[in-house]
Design a protein around this ligand. Structure first.
Ligand code: BG6
Ligand code: MG
Length: 238
């Protein structure tokens, strides 16, 4: 009901021309599906094996950040200097553990409100895309049964510069054949909000990104909207 209100408002704005939005670009991890715990468990195992301090607060800093940049953040808590080949092997070990955990993912792990939002956007001819730093995007989408539901997918496999660089979202817009200013990005990470703004797009911050100063709209979670909450947020401006 509340979620629908937000959607109706979004679609009303589109119809009225107050926003010329023709596409919604979804981040994957933390927006479509919650993989945080699996990332945490995999990095924790690697950190423990290497005797490096790692906790959930450090894990939060990895949100939206590429695998190798995440590793650099973790290794900044170690005195040991790792060579590039050692770092590559560590990242590979982490990913093996992570992928093993991803085998448990199913459609039940799709976050609340997402399916209805995707269906409603599609029904109104609003294009939908994934814009994610993750190289595991195809595997994750396959696991949750959404591999063929998006009009375009831009991910960690198709970019050189990870968020907060704008590349992944600009690529998604290019794949969709729309201008950046026609796009809204839904993100759960500060790096993702920064990337969306750098791309010239509107940015909706959900979850921990609801604290981002530069998000155009801030929501705790897509399915928990109410009008009061909506009126409190810094609305998307045309
Ligand atoms: C992002 C996650 O979506 O993908 C980050 O928020 C992660 O935590 C990054 O580091 C890269 O993921 P992957 O699956 O390529 O290791
Ligand atoms: Mg994310």
């Amino acid at each position: 009901m509340c979620r629908d209100w937000w959607l109706h408002r979004l679609l009303f704005d589109i119809r009225m021309g107050t926003m010329k939005i023709s596409a919604v670009i979804f981040d994957l991890d933390g927006v479509i599906v919650s993989t945080d715990e699996y990332h945490y468990q995999a990095w924790k195992q690697i950190s423990d094996q290497e005797n490096i301090y790692f906790d959930r607060a450090i894990n939060e800093r990895l949100r939206g950040v590429s695998r190798m940049e995440s590793l650099d953040i973790i290794l900044s808590h170690s005195d040991k200097v790792y060579s590039e080949s050692e770092k590559y092997l560590l990242a590979q070990r982490k990913n093996d553990i992570y992928c093993e955990l991803l085998n448990k993912l199913s459609a039940n792990d799709i976050l609340p409100g997402i399916i209805n939002l995707l269906i409603s956007l599609k029904a109104r001819d609003i294009k939908i895309a994934i814009g994610s730093s993750s190289k595991n995007t195809p595997f994750i989408l396959d696991q949750i049964g959404l591999a063929t539901n998006f009009d375009a997918i831009a991910d960690g496999n198709s970019i050189k510069n990870s968020m907060p660089d704008s590349e992944v979202f600009l690529l998604a817009a290019e794949f969709l054949g729309v201008q950046p200013e026609e796009c809204v990005v839904i993100e759960d990470a500060q790096a993702g909000i920064d990337a969306a703004k750098a791309a010239g797009m509107k940015a909706v911050g959900i979850g921990s990104a609801a604290k981002c100063f530069n998000a155009d709209m801030k929501l705790n979670d897509i399915s928990n909207l109410d009008i009061d909450h909506l009126l409190e947020v810094n609305e998307i401006r045309s």
